[in-house]
Design a protein around this ligand. Structure first.
Ligand SMILES: [Mg+2]
Length: 475
């Protein structure tokens, strides 16, 4: 039997915020989407208040005031960095890992039968909590679908204490458990399919598990058949250990304020192309076409609506930001109409081909291709070292008044030197201040060598001060 573990961070975005701001612990916290529009992450306290995923912020502002809900703008730089730390810790627990999403990872622990897998999973939880401050739950099953379901149980049922291993449970016990779980909780079923299944009498997971996979395939799809077989322990969906290269790269944002002028639109399009081009180079691809679109708000009935987009084929595929921006701005000029309040712009790179063995056109100059590759490499390495946007095209602009609204964004504690949590040195005694910062007497500060002073502390774990729950023994 296979042992597949699914490790999932609890309320990921909210938990990341709580690591650096412990005042948020046990408080209702919600993280909002771009432009502070909708709820994209909720703490358990917010879930209990009945605020759904994707609920628009303006609709529950009053409820938020009543219950003291803390609303934060999304801080994707922080979440991505914390995710990398969690994934790299998990890699030490199994050589077979699939990073499934920003906060979920499958691990194949089939070769670990000699260990007590529940204890092993508890040690994962403890290490992730100690090194990053993030709480996770672990589900173990013989297939990915069962591992997902076990993770759901680990989160929802207290007696499992964060780890649920279906493979160590008796069949009868499992069947009883499955009779209590709605079908909507099965991976791949979702809220859309669940009512259809319920209408046919499949009210819980056990009923679905007992159904005839072939008959269900005819009624629904081959995916449904796979789901049912997986629920019965037949592995139909293998771990994808290698990162899939994307077939399309999209970069788009809504503006913080309506944009009317061409120059602001061209600044935003330059920025989006630059971001997409970085991702393109990261996966060693070239783009064979670029699509640019702009639109006004479809919800604003007072203003006239306009939406348009244009695709441009690229005869010699490229990953050069300058070339891509030139093409995108040409397309923007074609679709731009003055007099409208634009609310969103975006670009999509498609027809992606691997950089290796690229087919150039008859007239392309290989020297120019090399020069462009070198320039992009330098640009990317400077931006990696000095921070995003340190080196950029001037057409991206500098003030960017159209930038999306993020009124309550937390600092990028782990990715920006300016945002590092500060230790304050005061006398006469060590204290933990009201806001959780550690204050130390000068004499208590550890003496660092000059090399240590210069070196960034990018240990996968967050320094203990980041938890802010400091006792005098930590000093
Ligand atoms: Mg999660």
């Amino acid at each position: 039997m296979r042992n597949i573990a699914l490790v999932d961070v609890n309320n990921f975005y909210v938990s990341c915020e709580r690591v650096f701001n412990p005042h948020l612990i046990n408080k209702p916290v919600v993280v909002l989407s771009n432009n502070d529009g909708c709820a994209v992450a909720r703490s358990n306290e917010v879930k209990k208040l009945g605020i759904g995923m994707g609920a628009p912020w303006f609709k529950f502002k009053e409820l938020a005031n009543q219950h003291g809900i803390v609303a934060l703008s999304s801080n994707y730089a922080l979440y991505a960095d914390m995710s990398n730390r969690v994934m790299s810790i998990l890699r030490e627990f199994s050589p077979h890992q699939e990073v499934y999403s920003i906060d979920e990872s499958f691990l194949d622990v089939t070769g670990f039968q000699s260990l007590n897998l529940v204890e092993y999973a508890q040690s994962m939880r403890a290490r992730i909590l100690q090194w990053t401050g993030l709480p996770v739950c672990v589900g173990i099953g013989s297939t990915k679908t069962l591992a997902k379901l076990a993770n759901y149980c680990a989160k929802k049922i207290e007696r499992f204490n964060g780890v649920c291993n279906f493979n160590s449970m008796q069949e009868e016990e499992l069947h009883k458990l499955f009779e209590c779980i709605p079908v909507s909780e099965v991976w791949g079923i979702g809220r859309k399919m669940a009512p259809q299944l319920e209408a046919l009498g499949f009210n819980h997971v056990r009923a679905l598990q007992r159904s005839d996979p072939k008959m269900m395939r005819n009624k629904f799809s081959v995916t449904m058949e796979k789901t049912i077989r997986e629920l019965n322990g037949t592995m139909c969906i293998e771990l994808e250990e290698r990162h899939r290269t994307k077939q399309q790269i999209v970069s788009s944002r809504s503006f913080g304020i309506p944009v009317r002028d061409f120059s602001s639109l061209s600044e935003s399009v330059t920025l989006y192309v630059s971001r997409a081009a970085v991702k393109l180079r990261q996966q060693a691809s070239f783009a064979g076409s670029i699509y640019v679109y702009i639109r006004t708000s479809p919800f604003n009935e007072k203003d006239p609506f306009y939406s348009n987009g244009l695709t441009i084929p690229i005869p010699s595929p490229t990953d050069d930001t300058k070339q891509l921006v030139r093409l995108a701005l040409w397309a923007l000029r074609k679709i731009y109409k003055a007099g409208y309040n634009y609310q969103k712009a975006g670009v999509m790179l498609s027809e992606l081909v691997p950089r290796e063995g690229i087919q150039t056109s008859l007239f392309s100059d290989s020297t120019l291709l090399d020069q462009s590759g070198n320039l992009m490499m330098v640009m990317d390495s400077i931006n990696k070292k000095m921070g995003k946007g340190s080196l950029k095209l001037a057409s991206e602009g500098f003030r960017k008044p159209w930038k999306m609204r993020q009124e309550n964004k937390s600092p990028c504690y782990t990715t920006n030197w300016q945002d590092l949590i500060k230790l304050e040195s005061i006398s006469p005694r060590n204290q933990v201040t009201k806001d959780g910062y550690l204050r130390m007497k000068n004499s208590h500060l550890p003496k660092l060598s000059s090399a240590e002073q210069a070196a960034p502390r990018l240990h996968p774990g967050i320094p203990v001060i980041a938890r802010n729950r400091i006792t005098s023994t930590d000093c």
